[in-house]
Ligand binder design. Structure first.
Ligand code: PMP
Length: 330
């Protein structure tokens, strides 16, 4: 669907996947005015297709757009776009019961031709593409190693860290390459000001489990404006409370993590996001330090929360929070 400042949104259609024509001066190509979302649709046991909290993705797209001076797409239209895509073709949604799902990627970009930087584009295009998704990490759920990036900054106060815009990821590739070169799976970002508070992973939010059993407490970095407000993060805060765990959103520093792991207070660390759902973190490395968390297997709180969340998404457990939205029924 296209947008023009004088017409609003117009000309919604579903077309076969393929290249799209862009003016070489389209503002997205020069100034990166682009935002996106990522969510998953799951085949339910009765054959219908449902997405996990698509309304939350629609709202986050609006907040991202506001920061990048882009027009809001109504959430109803966002949901309709997902339904239209699945109505046209849902054969690619994997069967119920497995690890697979259909990844949906809505995105919006500045399509006006213009080389001036004084005002945002007056024209935009919003699209959705889809792709079947298997397990995110090779080898299934096993702890990943992370690189604490002290050299690079992902997002600063007043910047675009809370927005899901392409530029944030463009600025992240170099740090991810560095993490890989250091033998780590993923990069962990620190705050831009003090350079010691843990913000998030490259594409996932982080949780720290203090204590164990019924006394486990979960801590996740507070939303400072420079990390992405993950929908999985927010859902897990709710599910953790449901399970009787205490939860806290606050700052947590690299020193606190190091001390907590060494003293045994921090028993598990995991990352969460749409793509991987929940992934344990088993090893931490930085320019000056290196240590392991746990014994190389996923922790019990990590596994319990993962079970609950994936069970709801796949229609195995009751959807008590009304998180599943049907997108397709034969
Ligand atoms: N942080 C970043 C930087 C991300 O790209 C993602 C994935 N969207 C997340 C966190 C997790 O967000 P969500 O749970 O909404 O997928």
């Amino acid at each position: 669907v296209d947008y023009d400042v004088d017409r609003g949104w117009y000309d919604a259609k579903v077309t076969p996947y393929g290249p799209i024509a862009l003016d070489p001066s389209a503002m997205v190509l020069h100034y990166g005015q682009e935002i996106f979302e990522g969510l998953k649709a799951y085949r339910q046991p009765d054959g219908s297709v449902a997405a996990f909290r698509p309304e939350a993705n629609g709202l986050r797209l609006q907040r991202s757009g506001e920061r990048l001076a882009m027009p809001p797409l109504p959430v109803d239209d966002f949901i309709s776009s997902l339904r239209a895509l699945l109505d046209a073709d849902n054969e690619w949604v994997p069967a119920s019961g497995g690890e697979e799902s259909l990844y949906l990627r809505p995105f919006m970009f500045a399509s006006q031709a213009g080389l001036g930087v004084n005002a945002p584009s007056t024209q935009y295009r919003y699209c959705v593409i889809a792709s079947p998704a298997g397990a995110y990490f090779d080898g299934g759920i096993k702890p990943v190693s992370v690189w604490l990036s002290t050299e690079y900054v992902r997002a600063a106060p007043g910047g675009t860290g809370f927005a899901k815009c392409g530029g944030n990821y463009a600025a992240s590739f170099l740090a991810q390459q560095q993490a890989t070169a250091k033998g780590c799976d993923q990069v962990v970002w620190l705050d831009a000001v003090e350079r010691r508070f843990i913000e998030e992973m490259g594409g996932m939010n982080l949780f720290f489990v203090f204590g164990s059993g019924a006394d486990a407490r979960l801590v996740t970095p507070e939303l400072t404006g420079s990390l992405l407000p993950g929908i999985t993060r927010e859902s897990l805060l709710t599910l953790a409370l449901d399970a009787g765990f205490a939860v806290e959103e606050r700052k947590i520093s690299t020193e606190e993590l190091r001390k907590g792991v060494t003293s045994g207070d921090i028993t598990e660390v995991f990352a969460c996001g749409t793509a991987a759902v929940i992934t344990p973190v088993g090893h931490v490395k930085s320019e000056t330090d290196e240590y392991s968390i746990g014994d190389g297997t996923p922790g019990e709180v990590t596994l319990a929360l993962r079970d609950t969340l994936t069970g709801i998404q796949r229609g195995k457990f009751a959807d008590t929070h009304g998180w599943m939205t049907e997108l397709y029924r034969r």
